[in-house]
Design a protein around this ligand. Structure first.
Ligand code: AMP
Length: 192
C-alpha cells in the first residue's frame, strides 16, 4: 500500500498515519518528524529547517525532495509507505510522482482529512501543552493554516485530478476516523 495522508495542521493525520502502520504493515514517514529529529540532533539542515518551521513556513522544495528521496530509498519501504506531511506543495507532488515512476511504484491512494478550523485551534492548543512543539504557538498555527490553504490545499486537487483522492470527515474519536480510512482503502482496493 502506497498511501498519502493529507489534511490541515491539527487534522490528526499524524495520529492516523501512526495507527495505520499496524493495520497496513508499512512504515509511517512523517517529514515533520524527520525535520524535528534533525533539529534535535543539531545537524546543519535541522537547525536551518527549525528557523523556518518555527515561523510556520515551508522548508524549500529541493531540501524536502532530497530528504524524501533518501527515505524512500531504504529497504523498509519495499512493500509501501504511509506519507504524512509530504507532499505539501504541487511541486513536491510532481517530484514525488517522478521519483515513484522511476521505481514503478506510484501513489495508490490519497486521503484528505477534513476538519473544522475551530476544532483545529482547540486540538493544537492541547497538543502544545502535551508535546511542547515549538511551532504550535497560536501565531505560528495561524500562519501554518494560511500556508496550508495557499500551498497545500492544491495538492488535494492535484490528487483529485488524478482520480486518487478520497475526502473523509475528521470529526469524532480517533478510532472512528481510523475506521473511515480503512473502509475507504478496502472499498477502493476491491474496485481496482
Ligand atoms: P508537520 O509535523 O507535518 O505538521 O510539519 C511541521 C512543519 O515542518 C511544517 O509546518 C513545515 O514547516 C515543515 N514541513 C514538514 N513537511 C514539509 C514539507 N513536505 N515541505 C515543507 N515543509 C515541511
Amino acid at each position: 500500500m502506497r498511501l498519502v495522508i493529507l489534511g490541515p495542521p491539527g487534522s490528526g493525520k499524524g495520529t492516523q498515519a501512526a495507527m495505520l502502520v499496524d493495520e497496513l504493515g508499512v512504515p509511517h514517514i512523517s517529514t515533520g518528524s524527520l525535520l524535528r529529529n534533525a533539529a534535535k540532533r543539531g545537524t546543519e539542515l535541522g537547525l536551518k529547517a527549525k528557523a523556518i518551521t518555527d515561523k510556520g513556513e515551508l522548508v524549500p522544495d529541493d531540501i524536502m525532495s532530497d530528504m524524501i528521496e533518501e527515505r524512500l530509498s531504504r529497504e523498509d519501504v519495499a512493500n509501501g509507505f504511509i506519507l504524512d506531511g509530504y507532499p505539501r506543495t504541487v511541486t513536491q507532488a510532481k517530484s514525488l510522482d517522478v521519483m515513484l515512476e522511476r521505481l514503478h511504484k506510484p501513489v495508490q491512494e490519497a486521503i484528505h482529512i477534513d476538519v473544522d478550523p475551530e476544532l483545529i485551534i482547540e486540538r493544537i492548543a492541547k497538543r502544545a501543552l502535551e508535546e511542547g512543539r515549538s511551532d504550535d504557538a497560536e501565531e505560528t498555527v495561524r500562519n501554518r493554516m494560511r500556508v496550508y490553504a495557499e500551498q497545500t490545499a492544491p495538492v488535494a486537487d492535484y490528487y483529485e485530478d488524478h482520480g486518487l483522492l478520497t475526502r473523509i470527515l475528521g470529526d469524532g474519536d480517533i478510532d472512528e476516523i481510523l475506521q473511515r480510512i480503512l473502509s475507504v482503502l478496502k472499498v477502493n482496493a476491491s474496485s481496482d
